[in-house]
Design a protein around this ligand. Sequence first.
Ligand code: HEC
Length: 104
Amino acid sequence: MKFTALAAVLSICFAGTSLADEPNISAGKRMAEANCSNCHNIEPGGAFKLYPPSFQAIAIYMDPQVMRMKVMFPDHATLMPQFHTYMFAENIDNIVGYIQTLDE
Ligand code: HEC
């Protein structure tokens, strides 16, 4: 009985956590339009062999964890802005969530 109650409480906690971690795709798209579209093609159907790479290409060849890392810590000597100095991690997660929707 006790165990069932504990399991119920735990499942509620974890359900809450996973909801909070779910990226907000439409917010991510708006952030990408405002912050990334000057340089990247952020629309579906972006071609390969572009520089900088289109978001569709990135969605296909790059793991989401690596995407997040590249936005936080852009390669040395790149034009990529240092987003981590002014963008909340949650917004970066939303943008990465949006990029992942282009993987098709
Ligand atoms: C001022 C132009 C500029 C802006 C704005 C910009 N980027 Fe970039 N981005 C680049 C360039 C240039 C590269 C290529 C870096 C390199 O490999 O030299 C790049 C690379 C990347 C990569 C890594 C691709 C790879 O194959 O290594 C990711 C992921 C990325 N950008 C995401 C974003 C996101 C998300 C935003 C908006 C929050 C953004 N970029 C805004 C210019 C920009």
